[in-house]
Design a protein around this ligand. Structure first.
Ligand code: MLT
Length: 412
């Protein structure tokens, strides 16, 4: 009988979003009438049509595949040069990242999980709390943790609480040797940002400790305030201590289409078991060549169109649409007397549960009384307890209706 990967058995019952899905299905079955009014503001899934520029490019790419001359079979595993160059030209020219440091993939979720393939065992890993659950679960799967305690925290990971007291930016750890640090800004789930000074301090810490920051910037397009860093590579020295993950999912509506990219500077190094420095870039390249055959050609053409003049306008309209929703949600919650964070440079609004209710009880209340699906803060980690997240990814009509229900039922 084959031995299974026992580490999977350490995982908590379900990944957060399928667990929410199960609870919503149970509600829908038990309350078919109320379920007709259900509005989903749980998982951050886009609702608006794909930008026309992307659709046109994808149609044209499909037509290419219908001719022998422009047919494309297996593409480069690292992504087509046309897309890597478009990203470098449009997003990284001023911050010195070249096209061949950009790896195209089918999702930032996959990349943030798969990246552990190229790191060995025994690394000291830092996780912020609350956190996007993928970082934790993939470390459990990889055998980088022990079991979880009652609060759900896994032995072996160093959790840094992100709370209202520290503006949701974790204090830099002292006195411990750290190897890998996951940071995500604008943050999922709290919707908050990190300042340039704070990110500079993290980069300095990583350099001093020979650590690597795994920087998830999937929500950078939603930054509206000046001065908030969009990329860790805006910080001097980050080329030597950071990997950045980005996505077309949220800005251009590619959650179902699937296209993302990961930036690994050529100057980034880790160490071998013999304590020799080894560049990370060729390891990831090798990993992708072996386990991945590239995002599909029409999808990469669609992603390239994000950077056309028309694409830029259409993506901006999408971002403005979702951020208009975030404004409405924030204002409504504030008027209702709730304590609210995020939602200014992010499509997520992080709300303190009223009356000392816990996160799952608040989830149930929102589901049963308001017929609105939210995400319970504790699903993102122990420090998320007492909060819930409202996603602004929705139609204007739905968000207006959610706001009416919040004003009616939650006003204090
Ligand atoms: C979320 O709701 O946190 C995200 O949609 C999850 C994801 O991007 O995978």
């Amino acid at each position: 009988m084959p031995q299974i990967n026992d580490h999977y058995l350490k995982l908590k019952a379900g990944y957060l979003f399928p667990e929410i899905g199960r609870r919503v299905s149970a509600f829908t079955e038990a309350n078919p009438e109320a379920a007709k009014n259900l509005i989903r503001c749980g998982i951050g899934d886009v609702t608006e049509p794909l930008p026309e520029a992307c659709r046109n490019a994808m149609h044209a790419a499909i037509d290419d595949l219908g001719t022998r001359k422009d047919f494309h079979g297996y593409g480069p595993e690292q992504g087509y040069a046309f897309l890597r160059e478009a990203i470098a030209d449009n997003q990284f020219q001023k911050i010195n990242i070249s096209a061949d440091e950009i790896f195209i993939s089918d999702g930032a979720k996959c990349d943030t999980g798969n990246i552990l393939d190229i790191f060995g065992p025994g690394n000291k890993i830092v996780i912020t709390d609350p956190v996007y659950p993928v970082y934790v679960d993939t470390n459990v799967m990889a055998g980088n943790t022990g079991d979880s305690d009652e609060a759900g925290n896994y032995d072996g990971l160093l959790y840094l609480p992100c709370t209202a007291e520290n503006d949701f930016v974790p204090a830099i750890p002292t006195g411990e040797k750290i190897d890998l640090i996951y940071l995500c800004y604008p943050n999922n789930p709290t919707g908050t940002t990190i300042s340039r000074e704070q990110l500079t301090a993290w980069v300095a810490f990583a350099k001093e400790n020979d650590a690597i920051i795994l920087y998830d910037a999937a929500y950078e397009a939603f930054i509206r305030e000046d001065g908030v860093p969009h990329s860790i590579f805006e910080i001097d020295g980050a080329r030597d201590c950071a990997i950045e993950f980005r996505s077309f999912s949220k800005n251009a509506g590619f959650t179902g289409v699937r296209c993302a990219y990961t930036i690994i500077p050529k100057s980034l190094t880790g160490k071998t078991v013999n304590d020799e420095r080894q560049a990370i870039h060729p390891l990831w390249s090798r990993r992708q060549s072996t386990k991945f055959n590239g995002a599909s050609y029409p999808i990469q053409r669609g992603a390239e169109a994000v950077f056309s003049d028309a694409g830029k306008k259409q993506v901006k309209n999408l971002v403005d649409h979702y951020m208009g929703n975030a404004d409405l949600i924030r204002e409504t919650c504030l008027k209702a007397g709730l304590t609210v964070y995020g939602g200014i440079n992010s499509p997520y609004v992080w709300v303190a549960c009223p009356d000392g209710i816990d996160s799952w009880a608040m989830f149930d209340k929102m589901l049963n009384e308001l017929n609105v699906v939210v995400t319970p803060g504790s699903g993102f980690g122990a420090a998320g307890e007492g909060y819930f997240r409202i996603s602004a990814f929705n139609t204007k009509e739905n968000v207006e209706e959610v706001c009416r229900r919040i004003s009616k039922s939650l006003s204090q």
